[in-house]
Design a protein around this ligand. Structure first.
Ligand code: ATP
Length: 211
């Protein structure tokens, strides 16, 4: 077995919406670190024909579909970001699948790589911290966060509703080992990433790995 000598680093990358997680994960991918993206899996589990897709139609009627039969994500977004109980319901359907896929893929990759990255926007909210050995949070002040979301096509109100649906960034920072401050330039952000990669903080807890 060519399993690694050093304990694996499993970085859980999180942060508020629009604060720079993808920017950081793209940079880490350029450095050839394998990336697992929870958002990608969350999209997969609501694809046409999946069990979760069927439950969503049961709950909201076929009006939640576009004319091509796929989920109307903006319409669903309007519901869940304005009604916390609906968001909770949807997350309860999606998160167990996402957790299962992340966990399986993590165990597979950790056989081959010393460091892997799990990008999990709702790492704390979905209680997935046990999947990782260290937590990095990307943080920025509210103004650039809202401006970046508006640039992506959300209204100010929509941006605010999405921000309000998440745990505050202050609390996320408190619970993280590494804080990446994205309040200035990209160059400055990426320097912090380089530094965090060399620092190797103490693991947050021993993880069960299948070897
Ligand atoms: P989401 O939560 O929606 O997935 P995210 O946390 O992954 O968002 P990014 O997509 O990395 O955030 O960044 C949001 C937008 O802000 C992107 O268009 C990105 O290019 C831009 N951006 C991120 N950091 C900076 C920065 N320091 N300066 C200027 N633009 C930035």
């Amino acid at each position: 077995m060519d399993r690694l000598v050093n304990p694996p680093r499993i970085i859980g990358l999180t942060g508020g919406i629009g604060m720079g997680k993808t920017t950081v994960s793209n940079y880490l991918a350029q450095k050839h670190l394998p990336i697992l993206d929870a958002d990608l899996y969350a999209r997969e589990v609501v694809q046409t024909g999946s069990p979760v897709f069927a439950k969503i139609i049961d709950r909201y009627s076929p009006k939640i579909l576009r004319s091509d039969g796929t989920l109307d994500r903006p319409q669903l977004g309007e519901i869940i970001f304005n009604q916390p109980s609906e968001r909770t319901w949807l997350e309860q359907q999606i998160h167990p699948y996402v957790r299962q896929i992340l966990s399986q893929e993590r165990d597979r990759l950790i056989q081959k790589f010393e460091t892997i990255v799990l990008v999990i926007p709702l790492l704390f909210e979905a209680e997935m911290t046990d999947l990782v050995t260290e937590i990095w949070v990307v943080s920025c002040p509210p103004d650039p966060q809202i401006e970046r979301l508006i640039q992506r096509g959300l209204t100010r109100e929509q941006a605010q509703a999405r921000i309000n649906s998440q745990m505050t960034i202050a609390e996320k920072c408190e619970r993280s080992q590494v804080i990446l401050d994205n309040s200035s330039t990209l160059e400055n952000l990426l320097k912090q990433v380089d530094s965090a990669l060399t620092q190797n903080p103490e693991p947050i807890k021993p993880q069960p790995f299948s070897t």
